[in-house]
Design a protein around this ligand. Structure first.
Ligand code: SIN
Length: 487
């Protein structure tokens, strides 16, 4: 069953989606039901692959790599550009797919398609800038050169919260570098990944160079591919415990690893802030994707002089958010992805309220996986919400008095992905952004992600960088060649 010949369509009525693996046979696998988080209805049936399909995918990826590595950067760039155009042309189908699979509001899902496609365009250009070095030699008869070569077949394990962008942010630099890639998408969002593979093949991309393996319980697949020495690199976005588990496993075959793990982002609002502008950036950072973003603001620290005014305006803005069905154009906050996701966000609210926090937003009568956008004041460090990532539409506010106190509180966590601050004081902007132990800092900017910039964290938030020229380095080995001309 070839992915290329299937109609490009968003999941509906339980339609079956085969895995995008060369030689895949639907009769060889079971299927799992994919349900909409908004309605609970079955929207698609997905191939539940196991070790046999993982082995097949790895065989193909090795073969694909042998030929793909021989292509020129210009050939790879041409295909990536064609894929970029095809993705934008398919924007409506891809956006609808994400809305149905994981509940992203449709207008935001269209924005994700643009964001995801931007990685293809950027790395199409960057493919042509992979260069090496000529080094000076001590001897007249020696020539020393440094080559940059693709690491080999890659396994990319991607999350459900950005079903398209987290694939292209990994696959585009991999393909640009000359690697083949197997994507194992989150079990909640397999269809977006399969549609991306269809588009890749439709523009002439070799099927064994970009494959998608799907499974409801992926442990068997990931165990097999982690143990396969032909897979030279693994790139993972997801939880810190799973990232650590993969990191430990990678030692056996010495794979290159990139891990983009959990965050717990602080947003520091200083009392010289333009309050409305700061509220707008906190809103953008906190409630994007219903708060289900690794770089989402998770804690808001506000300086005492502006605390009440800021809290009141933030609560009013959160109360004005339209919560609704993902496919409705007016919706700004959809359902959370799962019962577990909803329960975690709700338990953070309940725990904070039980320990004395004050709810500043109105309660809403919501069912299913929906959680009301919530702003909490009088929050203390002991509360659960101040210790771990919420992944939901909840903003806890904490008051602070001075810069040192705010920086210390912001850094008091094992996580270090993204942090934000709002100030009009130039000296403070530099001082605080340098002092924050994070991989990404937004100064007066709650939405800093762009394809040309490095994305990634420190400490328990992971290792390696995606995006920009830094991102392609992760897919390249450095080879030194020393040549004697008189040999
Ligand atoms: C993420 O949640 O990891 C992705 C967010 C982004 O790219 O800005």
């Amino acid at each position: 069953m070839s992915t290329q010949n299937l109609p490009l369509q968003a999941p509906a009525d339980g339609a079956f989606y085969p895995a995008a693996i060369v030689g895949f046979e639907a009769a060889d696998v079971g299927r799992y039901a994919l349900r909409s988080p908004a309605s609970g209805e079955v929207i698609a049936e997905i191939a539940d692959c196991g070790s046999e399909q993982a082995k097949l995918a790895a065989d193909n990826a090795q073969r694909g790599f042998e030929s793909w590595r021989q292509t020129t950067a210009f050939e790879r760039a041409t295909l990536l550009k064609a894929w970029h155009r095809a993705m934008l042309e398919a924007k409506d189908v891809l956006a609808l797919t994400m809305a149905r699979e994981m509940g992203k509001p449709i207008s935001e899902a269209r924005g994700e398609v643009d964001y995801a496609a931007s990685f293809l365009e950027w790395y199409a250009e960057q493919a042509k800038r992979i260069d090496g070095d000529i080094l000076p030699a001590q001897h007249r008869e020696k020539r020393l050169s440094v080559l940059r070569q693709p690491v080999g077949p890659v396994l990319a394990i991607t999350p459900w919260n950005f079903p398209a962008a987290m694939i292209t942010r990994k696959v585009a630099p991999g393909l640009a570098a000359g690697c083949s890639v197997i994507v194992k998408p989150a079990e909640q969002t397999p269809v977006t990944a399969i549609l991306l593979a269809q588009l890749w093949q439709q523009v002439g991309g070799p099927a064994e160079v970009f494959q998608v393996i799907t499974a409801e319980r992926p442990a068997e697949i990931s165990d097999l591919l982690m143990a396969d020495a032909r897979i030279r690199k693994v790139t993972f976005t997801g939880s810190t415990p799973v990232g650590k588990h993969l990191y430990a496993k990678s030692a056996a075959t010495m794979k290159r690893m990139s891990l983009e793990l959990g965050g717990h982002a602080p947003f520091l609002v200083f009392d010289d802030a333009d309050i409305d502008a700061a509220v707008a950036e906190v809103m953008a950072s906190k409630f994007r994707n219903g708060g289900q973003t690794c770089v989402c603001t998770n804690r808001v620290y506000v300086q005492r002089g502006i605390f009440e005014a800021f809290a009141e305006r933030l609560a009013a803005a959160a109360d004005a958010l339209r919560v609704g069905q993902p496919e409705d154009e007016a919706t700004q906050v959809g359902p959370l992805v799962s019962q577990a996701g909803r329960d975690k966000a709700q338990s953070h609210i309940d725990d904070a309220l039980a320990q004395g926090a004050r709810r500043l937003t109105a309660a809403r009568d919501l069912e299913g996986f929906f959680v009301a956008p919530t702003v909490l004041a009088d929050v203390t460090p002991a509360m659960q919400i101040m210790q771990e990532e919420t992944f939901g539409p909840v903003a806890p506010l904490v008051v602070f008095d001075d810069e040192a106190e705010a920086v210390a509180a912001a850094n008091d966590t094992p996580f270090g992905l993204a942090a934000y601050l709002w100030t009009r004081n130039l000296g403070r902007a530099h001082r605080v952004s340098e002092a924050l132990d994070y991989g990404i800092v937004g100064v007066n900017d709650g939405a800093p992600s762009v394809p040309q910039a490095p994305f990634g964290g420190v400490k328990d938030s992971g290792i390696g960088r995606e995006g920009g020229r830094y991102g392609i380095d992760e897919y390249l080995d450095t080879k030194f060649v020393s040549t004697r001309l008189d040999g």
